[in-house]
Design a binder for this molecule. Structure first.
Ligand SMILES: [Zn+2]
Length: 600
């Protein structure tokens, strides 16, 4: 069965791609086609088939073939003689600016194959062709494309034409950017890397961006391959979309799709890296680390994806959480963060995790398993019911790393586990079975010589967490904790607001004064002790009170004005501060240089 796809940005103004799928020798019993319900890397059922409009099927002579839907994302065509060609033609509505789906307007196009290319069942493992056509109108003449699909002979890389994928899995793992964008290039060893930036970014400092990314990428490659320092692909591509507001990334085996604010990117007047730029580098670092951890080292549940339904694994805390640990740590190792800047990011994660009671109710294994219905579908109660496998997963990685370094006097670290997982579990061939839950603890023991089975179990299968106040001083880190007073409504009432200027309550934290008094998410706070609290005034008013004071809050619930008498928190939630302790550093030097030192 040879499959050939065609995609045309037919009507950018209406967000419409026209797509064709032509197959030779279709299933004689009636060929079936399906579109994935989710995209690997983003664990939520999204039913991409909802954006398919006007689908029809034609035989080799152009006659219409009957086609019927058999479930929400599957189509079945009437049987054809076996020498016939079958072509499906359909439109895809593409108006999602995220990294997960497809987008088309008069300024750019972007698509993941999982949103636009129907799989002809039975052709999963067959190589396929994709003809990517330029939009017809003259005003799109300057559009180019960027992808890691392989150009066919006769197609110049970066230009419209014919591309090839080894199988359907690769086809949907190579997103495509269309439009006008700038391209930066750098190499890691001899492997070519590119970054494209779409969207207007005045004064973009492309050379700084590529230099910094090169250091991050080289840091990850030397972690996994200390000898060759070479990444496991021939070419890598960061596709970046810069917008006014937005943030996100999605990993692929040879590329990453990134969405950021244009202010996150470096400009030529920028002297030292801004916090926003460091966050962008952290995002790129995160997705690049995934090229090893989750795209090649995979949990057993992802050995082969079932794209029609949820794929359950209890290990997302390893694949997302450890990736979150290494994203910032790599910036430190690459010299792009100072030790104190790195410790600030760790302290922020600690503060967020420890302020939320969800961590006492859900284990990391449970959070991973239920990602589809909980982490990815958070409601106003999420802080009280969900623990983030990203953030607590990163804390577990940090805790393990510190314990291993401590117990082996700095001779072993979490890096040794990552290298063992890489050697043993990198995906290869059709019999790949992935990492099973029960294989992790023995691997950790084997890689480090330290028995941490029980610790690992209590941190991931139960709800305990690493004790950083105890772990960090041996590494020359000073640990301070104090009331989180920078956000008075959170500190004193225990709630979050819709925005800085809108005093509508968006979340109420467990056991907080707001919850005890009966305030609820959705309530619109209008007054505090008789003074107007709307329009961003609430924090200014609260700043005049002290922990434990009594206040009266007026709030609208729907259209009813309600009165709440409450006592402000006597002990506001804690905020963590971590910093290098100059006095302890000399003593801890050996351990700290290993942990927070630069690349060696
Ligand atoms: Zn991730």
């Amino acid at each position: 069965m040879t499959v050939c796809y065609g995609i045309l940005p037919a009507d950018p103004g209406a967000h419409i791609f026209q797509v064709t799928v032509a197959i030779e020798r279709p299933d004689p019993l009636g060929q079936r086609f399906l579109l994935p319900a989710w995209i690997p890397g983003s664990y939520m059922i999204r039913d991409f088939a909802r954006n398919i409009v006007r689908l029809r099927a034609l035989d080799g002579s152009g006659r219409q073939v009957r086609v019927q839907k058999t479930d929400k994302h599957t189509w079945r065509c009437a049987a054809l003689a076996s020498d016939q060609t079958l072509t499906l033609a359909y439109e895809v509505y593409a108006n999602d600016l995220s990294v997960r789906s497809a987008h088309l307007d008069t300024t750019r196009g972007f698509f993941n194959g999982s949103s636009v290319f129907l799989l002809a069942l039975g052709s999963e493992h067959e190589a396929c062709w994709v003809d990517i056509f330029a939009p017809r109108e003259r005003r799109y003449r300057s559009w180019r494309l960027a992808t890691t699909l392989t150009p066919a002979s006769g197609t110049q890389p970066g230009h419209f034409g014919r591309y090839r994928a080894r199988d359907y899995d690769e086809l949907i793992d190579c997103p495509v950017e269309l439009g006008r964008f700038v391209v930066g290039r750098f190499a890691v060893q001899d492997v070519e890397h590119e970054i494209t930036v779409t969207g207007q970014v005045p004064g973009l400092d492309l050379s700084r961006l590529t230099q910094d990314l090169a250091r991050v990428c080289a840091t990850h490659a030397r972690l996994f391959e200390p000898r060759t320092r070479r990444p496991p692909f021939e070419r890598y591509l960061f596709l970046t979309m810069a917008v006014d507001e937005g943030y996100g990334g999605l990993e692929h085996r040879r590329s990453a799709a990134l969405l950021c604010r244009r202010d996150d990117l470096p400009h030529t007047d920028m002297k030292s890296a801004t916090e926003a730029y460091r966050r962008f580098l952290g995002l790129a670092s995160h997705e690049y680390f995934h090229a090893w951890n989750v795209k090649r080292i995979r949990p057993a549940a992802f050995a082969t994806y079932d794209l029609q339904r949820e794929n359950y694994t209890a290990l997302l805390w390893l694949f997302e959480g450890f990736t979150s640990y290494y994203d910032d740590l790599a910036l430190r190792r690459a010299g792009l963060l100072t030790p104190n800047q790195y410790l600030d990011t760790l302290a922020a994660t600690l503060t967020t995790v420890l302020q939320r009671s969800g961590r006492l109710k859900q284990s990391l294994a449970e959070s991973s398993f239920d990602a589809w219905i909980k982490y990815y579908r958070q409601d106003e109660n999420a802080p009280n019911s969900v623990v983030s496998y990203y953030q607590k997963g990163a804390l577990v990685a940090a805790g393990l790393d510190l314990l291993i370094r401590d117990k082996t006097a700095g001779r072993r670290s979490l890096d040794d586990l990552m290298r063992l997982l890489w050697r043993r579990y990198k995906s290869a061939g059709t019999n790949y079975r992935g990492l099973r839950d029960e294989e992790l603890a023995p691997a950790l023991r084997e890689a480090t010589g330290v028995d941490l089975d029980r610790t690992l179990r209590t941190w991931t299968r139960q709800t305990q967490e690493p004790d950083f106040a105890q772990l960090l001083p041996a590494f020359g880190v000073k640990v301070e904790r104090g009331p989180a007073l920078d956000s008075p409504h959170f500190a004193l009432l225990g709630c979050r607001l819709a925005s800085a200027t809108d005093a509508r309550i968006s979340q109420v934290f467990d056991g907080s004064p707001a919850q005890v008094a009966g305030l609820s998410a959705g309530d619109q706070v209008v007054a505090l002790d008789g003074l107007r609290a709307a329009g961003g005034r609430l924090d200014a008013l609260l700043a005049r009170y002290r922990p434990g004071d009594r206040v009266q809050v007026l709030a609208f619930r729907r259209d009813e004005l309600l009165r709440f008498d409450l006592q402000l928190a006597a002990r506001p939630p804690e905020k963590w501060k971590l910093s290098v302790d100059p006095k302890a550093v000399a003593r801890a030097r050996g351990l700290r240089t290993g942990w927070l030192g630069p690349n060696r």
